[in-house]
Every structure is written in C-alpha cells, then in structure tokens.
Design a protein. Structure first.
Length: 218
C-alpha cells in the first residue's frame, strides 16, 4: 500500500514538472533606458532639383562688335563713293578727325581721298539723296533738323529724314549746290573760308556764291 502511494506521488510530481517545462516563457520587456534599434544604414539624401536660371536673369555680356574702317553700304546701295570738292577753295568735305560718332562736324580739309572724305549717294525715295560717309556709314545731316541760318552740318546715324536729304542742283559746269530737303537752304563753307577745318553750315542759298558750290569726284 505504501509503495503504491509513493509511486503515485512520484508520478504526479513528474507530470507537474513536465507541465511547467512545457509552459512558454513570457517575453521579457526591455530594460529601462535600453537603446532602440537603429537602422543599419542612413536614409538616402533627397535629390535637390536643378534650378533653371530665371527668365530675364543677367547673362554674361556679348563682346562688342568691331567696327571696320569702312562701313558696309546698305543693301541696294552703290559701292561707288565720291569726294565733294568746294569750288572756291578746291578742298574736300571731311568728317572732322575721321570721327565715327553722331554729331561729328563736317568741315572742309585738304583733299587726301581718305574714307572720312568719301561719301555714297543714296536716293531717299523722295527725289533727294542722302550722303553716307564711307568710314562710318553715317549720313550728312542738318543738326537737329534746324531751319536756321548757320545751323551746323554734321554726321548722324542715317534715318533718311528730310534733314538728311539733299538735292544736287547744277550751277556752273561740273559744280552745283546742295539744297536741304527740309529747309530749302544750302550747305556752304562758313564765311567763304579757304582754311582747313572751316566748318560747313546751312545758309540761305545765294546765286553765284562759290562757297556753296561743290563737285562730286569719283
């Protein structure tokens, strides 16, 4: 009887031990302050969009165009150029100092045939001609479109306006006077001077005045 009871107790103890061993062990919480798992690699850097230059943004300035000593004539213009010789002095109309800027004075000067003494004759479509300086491509012009006596004759960017239009009117032999389209007045060598650099002005036309008579020489 005692042996049976002892066996029963041992069997019951063994079964209890087996039951305890089979019970799953509960997960243990992380200890306070333990570090969280970090990803093994850093997130990829976000690609930055390529910014286009805003419209109108300043760009590097182009190199300025180089002006040659002799300007190319406008389309349809004869390449023939002339010196314009004053009857009273035998000297030539000249863009003073060979300047290429607007407002450079027209003077008379000893003829040398340089490009600042040569002019192309181009019809302006109104029965008059513009006179284009070979060296600068600019036109003989009554300054500011003035109607006054003694207004300066200069070179200026061609616009084919009436203060740049002239009519050659024959007078004596090969000589004639130039009549300004806008004013009906004549360019002449001021005071009839025979000196170099005497300026050319506009004045009321005077019959027989040799300082307002010119010859075109090719």
């Amino acid at each position: 009887m005692n042996r049976v009871l002892a066996f029963t107790v041992v069997l019951a103890s063994g079964l209890a031990a087996m039951a305890i061993a089979a019970t799953p062990t509960a997960a243990q919480p992380a200890s306070a302050g333990s570090a969280l798992a970090q990803p093994t690699s850093a997130p990829a850097a976000r690609a930055q969009p390529t910014m286009a230059a805003p419209v109108g943004a300043a760009q590097s300035a182009p190199l300025p165009a180089v002006r040659t000593s002799a300007a190319t004539p406008p389309a349809g213009t004869s390449a023939v150029s002339y010196t314009i010789v004053a009857r009273h002095s035998g000297k030539c109309l000249d863009v003073q100092g060979g300047m290429i800027g607007d407002g450079a004075r027209i003077v008379q000067y000893t003829c040398h045939g340089g490009p600042n003494q040569r002019f192309r004759r181009v019809p302006n479509g109104s029965g008059f001609e513009v006179l284009i300086a070979e060296h600068s491509g600019k036109c003989i012009d009554v300054r500011g479109g003035s109607f006054e006596d003694n207004a300066q004759i200069v070179q200026y960017t061609c616009h084919f306006g009436p203060n740049q239009g002239f009519l050659f009117t024959p007078m004596v032999g090969v000589f004639g006077r130039l009549v300004a389209q806008h004013s009906g007045k004549c360019p002449n060598v001021r005071f009839g001077s025979v000196a170099d650099s005497a300026e050319i002005i506009q004045h009321v036309c005077v019959n027989g005045a040799t300082n307002e008579q010119f010859q075109f020489v090719a």
